[in-house]
Design a protein around this ligand. Structure first.
Ligand code: AMP
Ligand code: GLY
Length: 423
């Protein structure tokens, strides 16, 4: 199979790497990729949302399977356009990607399907939203309806703060059209789990649970980010909890999407909170999480490309995905200024030495090569990922590898996987 990966983050580097070691894969391409994907794929300089040029590139390169990493091309209809061109693509159609692209759509679907999620209300008018906040008298969570690259959700600490966010999103349009509509929902408390399945719309195969770290700083403090690290498996997700994910969330949402005429193919990522041990959905994503994907792929054993193609073609088999390593940890190194204003062009040293350590993969995100030198070229720069016999061992190895890497002003949490670590 010739495979084209779409995207340029560490998730896409991990996808390209895993495909490159798959016995069913003869060539891997990445559009546009980064300085790391170069080593395992051929980079194709086309932007992830340039749908016509991506379809053309897939035709020219005689691609058998396109694997779409980020949400924007899915919402833009890349999979639909590839389908019209007769090219298999792993990922949902634009109609199905609405599950991630509109929080109001997702919440309403969950409510209809009886899927556990926080009580909510949808508003198209700022004054009505403000009146609702005043009437409820609690700082409800404010969510912009549309895609906002991780900036669309605020968990406010007071009613006044919630009102200010509503005005910023709805009146000042701080997020553009994404904030024209908002969801206000009850705040839940508990540990967050990232639960992924592969699906062909009908059947699904669960992957190992993972946990993300959204806040910038140690101790889960500081602003929200795209994710500063992840690990797998998290504690507290026993067989009964996984069954609850499968039977109360995944099966009903896939059925509801079919009934809505929007069958969902690809990766479904359930972002959930465990409230007294029961999963409640915070959000659905229709793609792999980043950095969760890095943690899942370094543990993945057995066929990969074939499973993705089967899901894309609507005939996913029931075989479970096997795990090689028992645990994995990904630690993100971000540029100074991330998430607001990351500095680009900073030299990065020591990646080769880090990557030589056993059980380590250094996945690139915002990197580029200038005059032969590796430099930062985005907010999240590297996802330093390691496997181990348990989470402690994987975390120790990931941090050992990170210790070899130098970038001026680098931001990196030192406590990734703290919920599972005993040392
Ligand atoms: P989302 O994009 O919906 O996953 O929200 C981003 C982050 O906001 C989540 O990872 C949670 O940490 C937080 N969050 C979202 N919804 C809630 C909620 N109902 N209660 C508490 N925290 C929430
Ligand atoms: N790590 C969370 C996400 O990819 O949305």
């Amino acid at each position: 199979m010739k495979v084209l990966v779409v995207g340029s983050g560490a998730r896409e580097h991990a996808l390209a790497w895993r495909l490159s070691v798959d016995s069913d894969v003869e060539a891997v391409y990445c559009a546009p990729g980064n300085a790391g994907t170069e080593a395992v794929a051929r980079n194709v300089p086309v932007a992830p949302t340039d749908v016509p040029r991506l379809v053309q590139a897939a035709r020219d390169l005689r691609i058998d399977l396109v694997v779409v990493g980020p949400e924007a091309p899915l919402v833009a209809g890349l999979v639909d356009a590839l389908g019209e061109a007769g090219i298999d693509a792993f990922g949902p159609t634009a109609a199905a990607a609405r599950l991630e692209g509109s929080k109001a759509f997702a919440k309403t679907l969950m409510q209809r399907a009886g899927i556990p999620t926080a009580p909510f209300a949808v508003f198209e008018n700022a004054e009505a939203a403000v009146a609702h906040l005043r009437a409820v008298g609690k700082p409800l969570v404010v969510k912009a309806d549309g895609l906002a690259a991780g900036k669309g959700v605020v968990v406010p600490d007071s009613v006044d703060h919630a009102i200010e966010v509503v005005r910023r999103f709805m009146e000042q349009r701080a997020l553009g059209e994404a904030g024209a509509r908002v969801v206000l929902e009850e705040r839940l408390e508990g540990p967050e789990i990232s639960y992924h399945v592969l699906t062909d719309g009908e059947r699904f195969v669960p992957l190992e649970p993972a946990q993300d770290h959204k806040r910038l700083l140690d101790g889960d403090r500081g602003p929200n980010t795209g994710g500063m690290g992840a690990y797998s498996p998290p504690p507290r997700v026993d067989a009964a909890t996984r069954r609850a994910f499968d039977t109360r969330i995944v099966a009903p949402v896939l059925a509801a999407m079919r009934e809505a005429g929007r069958p969902l193919r690809g990766a479904l990522f359930v972002g959930a909170m465990l409230v007294r041990g029961e999963p409640y959905v915070l959000e659905f994503n229709v793609r792999f999480g980043d950095p969760e994907c890095e943690c899942l792929l370094v543990r993945w054993k057995g066929p990969f490309a074939r499973r993705l193609r089967d899901a894309a073609r609507g005939r996913l088999g029931p075989d479970p995905v096997e795990c090689g390593a028992p645990a994995s940890v990904a630690v993100v190194m971000a540029a100074p200024g991330y998430p607001e204003n990351p500095r680009r062009g900073l030299p990065i040293e020591g990646v080769e030495r880090a990557a030589e350590l056993p059980d380590v993969h250094v996945f690139h995100a915002g990197t580029a090569r200038r005059d032969g030198r590796l430099v930062s070229d985005g907010g999240r720069v590297l996802a330093i990922t390691a496997t181990g016999i348990d989470v402690d061992a994987a975390a120790a190895r990931a941090y050992e590898a990170a210790g070899h890497i130098r970038m001026e002003g680098a931001q990196m949490r030192s406590d990734i996987a703290w919920q599972a670590r005993t040392r």
